[in-house]
Design a protein around this ligand. Sequence first.
Ligand SMILES: [Mn+2]
Length: 337
Amino acid sequence: MFPRPLYGDVDWMPVIDAIRQAERIVLITHCNPDGDGIGSQMALYDALSSDSLLCHAGVAMHNRDAVPRIYSFLRHADQARMGVWTEACAAADVIIALDCGARSRLGMPDSFFEGATLINIDHHASNRRFGDINIVDARYCATGAMIFDLLIAMGYALNADTASAIYVAVMTDTASFRLASSTPAVYRMAADLVEAGAQPWPITVNVYESRSLSGLHMMTACLDTLEIHDGGLSAWVYVTDEMYRQTGADVEDTEGLIDYARSIEGVEIAVFIRSDENVPGRWKVSFRGKTFANVGILAGALGGGGHAYAAGCQLTGSFDEVRGRVQAEVSRTLSAH
Ligand SMILES: [Mn+2]
């Protein structure tokens, strides 16, 4: 028995046709990949590289950045190539970008895309529709849920590996099935994934119960920076280069720290500012909303994007300048309500 799709009105045929006609397919997700990007990629790779005759193409995975440690347990995670595209990599005729709102966020040079049909599958409302084929649908809680529907449309029967990868994608993008995006259809999909062999607790242990000790030191250092602004409506935490040096933690260890800021009673917007590990003077800013504030719009006003409850942007300048610009926009968002 095949599971029901979350949304039966999505026209997947352009994607399916392109996949069927392809000779070489490359799956790619955004820089600093998250659970949704990696889970979507592993699930689609598992399906397309199987013997199920979905496609006859050679399939590869290529991202600018490494698969984060906490997702490395997923089947095929060791198959993803990383780094900036070089001449040595054979060109693809179909590139499928997953969970990525803008082409620049793939972190690849223009030559990467030359001669290939670019398929853009994403659920960010702010998506710039940069593909030749765009399946962009903000109704979905996660790109992984879109892959679930695509695989149903392709007649692919989920196995435990595909189901686990989709489960990771959806679990991480819904804050463990707690965000408002967790509709009844999402829970039905979760049931189908578990039935197909995804194991919720072992997956949870890998993703959320495997922190490094240095990561925990980073957590205490980061929470020590906590500031409350806007009369208790906004909570701010920071990570500086100095804190990376002192704790020995890496950028993966900062995942989820913003959620502690949001968890404070009465806080409506949480802000997390960290220095960009690659570019001095650049800052990565993350936002989380709780009830009424749409942080996707807030991030958009600062040149970034995202969802109503989770979004981000990148800003250049001194720490104080960046904090000042963000504060002005946060206060504007809160006072508009
Ligand atoms: Mn996503």
